[in-house]
Design a protein around this ligand. Structure first.
Ligand SMILES: N[C@@H](CCC[C@H](N)C(=O)O)C(=O)O
Length: 285
């Protein structure tokens, strides 16, 4: 079965993007994993599938699969790649687009300078809705935020839990380059307190408008950037009283600009999206 694709990235978080409006896309988890495989497939952190909208008042639906083959709720960098894809392919001439995702509607907008701003919606901060099992844990308050003790590798990490449609555990570290991202990341991702697993963020505060961030992503490992991770980290930093909006988030793959005006308000993310090449992959049936 041959499938046409576009290889894209957003700040180095890379994607295989598939047009499911003009070709039939019904793949099994093992086929998604093969596409994501960097040796036997194309290679990607996530696969993005562009579909016709199902509901009224929306322009498209877009689905997200992690490199491990699992479908997930949200992807910030992917949302920007999605906008560039539908624009470049002539699937829309709108600059502001309403898109259905598994976790609700997001509203990306193509800016004059080619960057894309996405209204990612309001963060979810109730532990059970993240979901995070906080039963019998003693939390600590910092600013407006609640920090939870998470025991990982014989240490207690104090984390903020935030959902941007997908779950995030954010901790503040003194130096992202020295942080145990590859050691603790998988342990946090699979920690039993997170019933749907979690994306693990490690944030260094540079000043009130700048942070460094590394994210060990659920189902993909450490990526060069994570858009929802950047949103979750800035929300946590503002709630903790450490940051003021807007915040420039320096990742290994580039800078994302995140703005948030506080409780109940949407998180706005601005950043790049790049097309790298087009191709066709022959998948085993
Ligand atoms: N890279 C993404 C997030 C992709 C999904 C994530 N790994 C999850 O499982 O929730 C982003 O830019 O937000």
């Amino acid at each position: 079965m041959k499938i046409k694709f576009t290889k894209m990235h957003g700040a180095g978080n890379d994607f295989v993007v598939l047009d499911a409006i003009n070709q039939a896309i019904f793949l099994r988890p093992d086929q998604w994993k093969l596409i994501a495989d960097r040796r036997f497939g194309v290679g990607a952190d996530q696969m993005l599938v562009v579909e016709k909208a199902h509901g009224d008042g929306v322009d498209f639906r877009y689905r997200i699969y992690n490199a491990d083959g699992g479908e997930v709720e949200q992807c910030g960098n992917g949302a920007r790649a999605f906008v560039k894809f539908v624009t470049d392919k002539g699937l829309t001439d709108k600059r502001a687009i309403r898109v259905e995702t598994m976790s609700g509607i997001i509203e990306p907008r193509l800016e004059e300078d080619g960057r894309i701003t996405v209204d990612m919606g309001a963060p979810i901060l109730t532990p059970a809705e993240v979901p995070f099992d906080s039963a019998s844990l003693e939390s600590r308050t910092e600013g407006q935020d609640t920090l939870w003790p998470l025991d990982v590798a014989d240490k207690t990490n104090w984390i903020s839990v935030v959902s941007m449609g997908n779950p995030h555990a954010v901790q503040v570290v003194t130096d992202t380059e020295a942080a145990p991202v590859l050691q603790d990341g998988p342990l946090i991702e699979h920690h039993p307190r997170f019933p749907r697993r979690v994306n693990a963020g490690f944030m260094q505060i540079v000043d009130r408008h700048h942070v460094n961030l590394r994210v060990y992503e659920r189902g993909a490992g450490e990526t060069l950037a994570c858009g929802t991770g950047a949103c979750a980290a800035v929300v946590a930093g503002i709630r903790r009283g450490l940051l003021d909006s807007p915040v420039a988030v320096q990742t290994h793959g580039g800078v994302l600009s995140i703005a948030w005006q506080g409780a109940g308000q949407p998180v706005m993310m601005t950043g790049p999206a790049v097309s790298v090449f087009e191709g066709e992959i022959d998948l085993p049936d």
